[in-house]
Design a protein around this ligand. Structure first.
Ligand code: TYD
Ligand code: MG
Length: 456
């Protein structure tokens, strides 16, 4: 009989301990340890189902003699996915797609499975074949080489894999998989770790790319993709507001490319559509100029994007003024408000401030500061900013406008979209030639100068 073994695992980081502890020694989170029953499997060789040559022993080799070119990338018809993966799917790579339930992970992966021109095995532990077929019809794509398998046992999946010899595999989702080598329930820390390990061996030994879907919950209470991040080669995060139609695929980790990339999709009635020209969509179409709105020339990944920022400043009804921000860091908003109050004399102390980035996307680029400051002043004074103006600059603690990177790309994009004026930091103008652009460049050094040029 197999020996029954218990252990306690942290649901946050995956660390384990033979006895329960209140505070995880590895990630310092409280109350994250849960008990798990493990059954030690005696037949070790079973787990090495993918090892072609079990006697193979790694020997040290000279790095300069290692041959490259064996890992190659295959571009998919989905340019947004290619972009976040660093140019295409790398053979033998293990890619994790994380995201909250209902955001569209299954839709995205099914769509990619249907679009790619090679043999794909789509393993679903969440939906039946009919449900997947219905979704396929909704998306309206056909791939004669896309197989579906509704199975959750890893060893059975591997058997089918061996028979079918697909060129790509999708697992939906890691939380539903079970390994027969362990007794714990699907979705538990040890199952997730074991199944991911088996999938990694499979990917590395057969050189077939494997995509794993993983759910994360808002409070992170279920053992989630966090503990998988070390095992996989690439972590992609699918995010967005469920009530908005835009979805962003962001690279969190990538062993084969840059992590500053992002892909944008729009969720439609018939699946996800690639958004190749985001600026035109992220600028809300409006007829008249309204106060409280300003356009920022930002860069996400390698792509310049023009995004609308909106602010609403109103008198606080209750004692404590409210501050609320969607798509922007609330602490940074407080800092910008403090700078406006202390350095420029604008009174936000008794006002509610609401800030919104159009399209429900999240922006980390510091160049958006200048646009936010302008939107705040515009709303406070109820003076509209002309719709042909955009801004790019970081705001420092003393109210100075600081230079931002790749300013020429930002200006070109604004120029291309028909803007007439762009406000940038005066420290950014070195090397720029106004004659190269038809847009007028306004260099400024302080918020006061912005105020004089834009609002007076
Ligand atoms: P789904 O891919 O099931 O999400 P996940 O796998 O991340 O849990 O997508 C769920 C949502 O997407 C669902 O609320 C409906 C919506 N949707 C569309 O709007 N259009 C479509 O064509 C499809 C397939 C889904
Ligand atoms: Mg799903």
């Amino acid at each position: 009989m197999a020996k029954i073994k218990k252990q306690f695992s942290c649901t946050n980081c995956g660390a384990s301990s033979p006895k329960w502890v209140g505070k995880c020694t590895s990630c310092n989170e409280w109350n994250t340890y849960v008990e798990e029953i493990l059954t030690k499997e005696d037949k070790k060789e079973d787990r090495r189902i993918w090892r072609e040559n079990p006697q193979r022993q790694a020997t040290p080799v000279l790095l300069q003699e290692v041959e490259t070119g064996t890992t190659h990338r295959r571009a998919t018809p989905d340019n947004e996915l290619n972009r976040v993966l660093g140019g295409g799917i790398v053979s033998g790579s293990l890619v994790l797609i994380g995201g909250q339930p209902g955001i569209g992970k299954s839709t995205l992966m099914l769509q990619i499975a249907l679009q790619t021109p090679f043999k794909v095995l789509y393993v679903s532990g969440e939906e039946s074949e009919e449900q997947i077929k219905m979704r396929t019809e909704r998306i309206g794509m056909h791939n004669a080489q896309c197989y579906v398998l509704t199975e959750t046992n890893t060893q059975n999946i591997f058997k089918h894999f061996k028979k079918l010899q697909p060129e790509m595999m999708v697992i939906d989702s890691i939380q539903t998989l079970t390994s027969p080598h362990l007794d714990s329930t699907p979705g538990s820390v040890s199952q997730i770790r074991e199944c991911a390990g088996e999938l990694q061996r499979l990917a590395k030994e057969t050189n077939v790319p494997v995509f794993i879907i993983g759910h994360i919950t808002k409070d992170g209470s279920i053992a989630g993709p966090k503990l998988l991040e070390h095992i996989v080669d690439t972590v992609l995060q699918f995010e967005g507001d469920r009530h908005h139609t835009y979805r962003i695929l962001r690279t969190i980790k990538n062993r084969f490319g840059s992590t500053s990339e992002m892909g944008i999709y729009e969720m439609q009635g018939s699946g996800l559509r690639q958004v190749s020209n985001p600026s035109e969509l992220l600028l809300s179409q409006k007829e008249e100029e309204l106060s409280g709105s300003a356009i920022a020339a930002t860069i996400e990944g390698l792509r310049p994007m023009l995004i609308e920022t909106q602010a609403l400043v109103s008198t606080a009804v209750y004692g404590t003024p409210q501050r609320s921000a969607t798509g922007f860091d609330l602490r940074r908003l407080s800092m910008l408000l403090a700078v406006l109050e202390k350095r420029c004399g604008f009174k936000f102390g008794m006002t509610d401030v609401f800030l919104n980035i159009a399209g429900g996307i999240k922006v980390d680029d510091p160049a958006i500061d200048l646009s936010i400051v302008s939107a705040l002043i515009s709303s406070l004074q109820d003076i509209a900013i002309p719709s042909d103006v955009c801004l790019a600059g970081e705001v420092g603690l003393s109210g100075e406008i600081r230079a931002v990177n790749r300013i020429d790309q930002r200006i070109s994009e604004a120029d291309r979209l028909g803007f007439k004026h762009i406000f940038i930091s005066k420290y950014n103008v070195k090397g720029l030639d106004q004659n190269d652009f038809s847009i007028k460049i306004h260099p400024i050094g302080k918020i006061e100068e912005l105020y004089e040029q834009l609002f007076v």
